[in-house]
Write a new protein. Sequence first.
Length: 238
Amino acid sequence: MSRKSLVTQVADGVLDRIIGGELAVDELIPGELELCAALDVSRMTVREAIKILAAQNIIRVERGRGTYVNPVGMWSSLEAVLRATTEGVGAAAAAVQLIELRRMLETGACELAAGKISDAQLARLDELVAEMKAAHQEGGLDRFVEADLEFHDQILRASGNVFVAALFEPLGRVLASRRRETSAFPQIQAHAIAEHEKIRTALGQRDSARAREAMDGHMRQTLEDLNTFVLRQQAGKD
């Protein structure tokens, strides 16, 4: 195993302890020697892992005092923030905020895509909507989610903006798990299919304003479905 991958593993291990609540905000984390013994790695590996976490503002090093955990609001790693806010306490609020983020980014991406999308990409969107319909009818949840995610990915790519794709890359795993959770409800699947068809129509017309409006409508429907089906059900179990 390479030194770099081992350092990353150690950094992830410390992050897991923070996210899991073993290390609380403003709490002093174990020293290098203690971490070396606990993780069975060298002092240099621990030191490099700490540097990674500090560079992401997950922890802060106070000279003469030690190393402390920062609040999530200070973290600069999107992937770490996503992990922290979608696991355990606060997951419901994070789900809403995730849709809000998607709404801000995807409506603009869809507007851009309307003027740039190719005939081949439009044809692929048709195939994906058809796949969603078939999966919905046959109860194929994984197939439905896969087609749903690719539909949105096609639009992001069609926008022609490399920064949009880069911003969404770390969202991939979280979106997949979230989409599987919400798409487990047949009613939500039906809503999603209808909204995707509206988006496809607007893109086919090369109408930027309508494309933006269609994607915004989809995000509003997604948020409504989240509150109606998922969060209420979760609240009833508590």
